[in-house]
Design a binder for this molecule. Structure first.
Ligand SMILES: C=C(O[C@@H]1C=C(C(=O)O)C=C[C@H]1O)C(=O)O
Length: 400
């Protein structure tokens, strides 16, 4: 191998090569780019990705956590990826090569074939967008109506209903190119490309922080709910919200405040609600911050994570009644959609995001996922349209 030619390649090519080599060898791998950052990271786990209670934020070893939507109360079904190899677009090439040396020879061979273009990167075409059938629209609108009726009967206050749209594809799509497009188009989002043997490939650009703790010990979570299409003619400060969205978002804020109360923590700061943009959509958002250093509470994230997931932004209120409704009526397995994912202790930071605005590639199909919060005032047609906009957001991002 000619090292000098390898060294001149952009580091992004190294991430791509590692992704496809791991995918071909059915090893867990994830690429990610945090909101408002430039660096992209890659983690490959040769141990296969074990399920466990999430490691503590105080654990000195970095990891990447992936939780399905349905998890145990102690989150023991979380997949914990440990790095056999972990590098970013800032890592010196010599360091990446030293890490690769620890990987098996067949992985390295594939890796360098992708890196040198001897093995072409997947280049499958984007399928054409197929409109949903009237049956699918009717089914979803009837589901929304059923939820509205149960809410009116006082059985629950809010439930978040979702659906999956599947498009057949002939060959593996250019997932890493789509990852790059999303990273370029959506700087505010957490952009992830993940492969897990049990779940296939997942690509997403999510605007929703579930829980994070930065290197300065600042804990952050948010209540994000209420959705409208973004209209560039209306400044964000002038956007008007209906009572329905205001209440729906307030329920999420109340849910988060209750989590703090469970821990008897009063020292949180609350900002908002404000209108924020997420690609071609806008939402209402309240941010909550806690200075864990001044409170001497470094493990706050460990305590909050199992209380927060799943928040009423993706499940509902009360949580058990909403989950029960979803089990009885939603009629499909969300898998990783509306679960959470993110790095733990990578360069001193941990940040978990709700897995929204995502697609899954598995066995000849692309599956798009989207949901919407249902309250007593929901209109089934508007909720249907909301799921369409959310899917289109991702669709537009990968095409650009
Ligand atoms: C469920 C989704 O989004 C969630 C639901 C929202 C809503 O109901 O308005 C808004 C943001 C997210 O918390 C999704 O994008 O699939």
């Amino acid at each position: 191998m000619n090292f000098s030619s390898v060294h001149t390649l952009g580091r992004v090519a190294w991430l791509e090569a590692a992704f496809y080599a791991a995918y071909r060898m059915q090893l867990p791998v994830v690429l990610w780019r945090l909101p408002h950052r430039n660096e992209q990271y890659c983690l490959v786990d040769m141990s296969g990705g074990k399920r466990s209670v999430p490691p503590s934020v105080l654990d000195p070893q970095p990891s990447f956590l992936v939780s399905p939507f349905v998890n145990a109360p102690d989150l023991s079904d979380t997949i914990c990826l440990r790095p056999t190899c972990l590098f970013s677009t800032r890592t010196p090439v010599q360091d990446i090569e030293a890490q690769l040396a620890a990987l098996p020879g067949d992985f390295r061979a594939l890796f360098y074939e992708y890196l040198h273009g001897k093995e072409p990167l997947p280049a499958g075409c984007l399928p054409s967008w197929q409109e949903d059938t009237p049956q699918e629209q009717n089914r979803f609108e009837a589901l929304v109506q059923r939820a509205v009726n149960e809410i009116a009967a006082g059985k629950l206050q809010k439930v978040v209903l979702s659906r999956r749209k599947s498009l057949p594809v002939e060959s593996m799509p250019p997932l890493s190119r789509w990852f790059a497009s999303l990273a370029a188009c959506y700087p505010h989002a957490m952009v992830t490309l993940l492969y897990l043997p049990a779940y296939g490939c997942w690509l997403g650009a999510t605007p929703e922080v579930l829980a994070a703790q930065d290197a300065q010990g600042i804990f952050h979570t948010m209540a994000l709910a209420g959705t409208q299409a973004y209209d560039p003619a209306v400044p964000l400060q002038e956007v008007a919200w209906r009572q329905k969205e205001i209440e729906e978002q307030a329920l999420v804020s109340r849910y988060i405040i209750n989590c703090f109360k469970t821990l008897r923590l009063r020292e949180f700061e609350e900002y908002g609600p404000r209108t924020v943009r997420a690609a071609n959509l806008i939402h209402l958002r309240t941010d909550f911050k806690v200075d864990t250093r001044s409170l001497a509470y470094p493990q706050l994230l460990d305590r909050m994570l199992p209380l927060l997931h799943p928040t009423s932004a993706v499940c509902g209120m009360p949580k058990d009644a909403a989950m029960d409704f979803l089990h009885r009526h939603e009629n499909y397995d969300r898998q990783l959609y509306s679960g959470f994912l993110g790095p733990l202790g990578v360069e001193g930071e941990s940040a978990f995001f709700v897995n929204l605005r995502c697609l899954q590639y598995t066995s000849g199909c692309l599956h798009f996922y989207a949901g919407c919060g249902i309250t007593a005032d929901s209109d089934p047609r508007k909720e249907w349209n909301e799921t369409c906009y959310k899917m289109q957001t991702l669709w537009q991002g990968i095409q650009s």
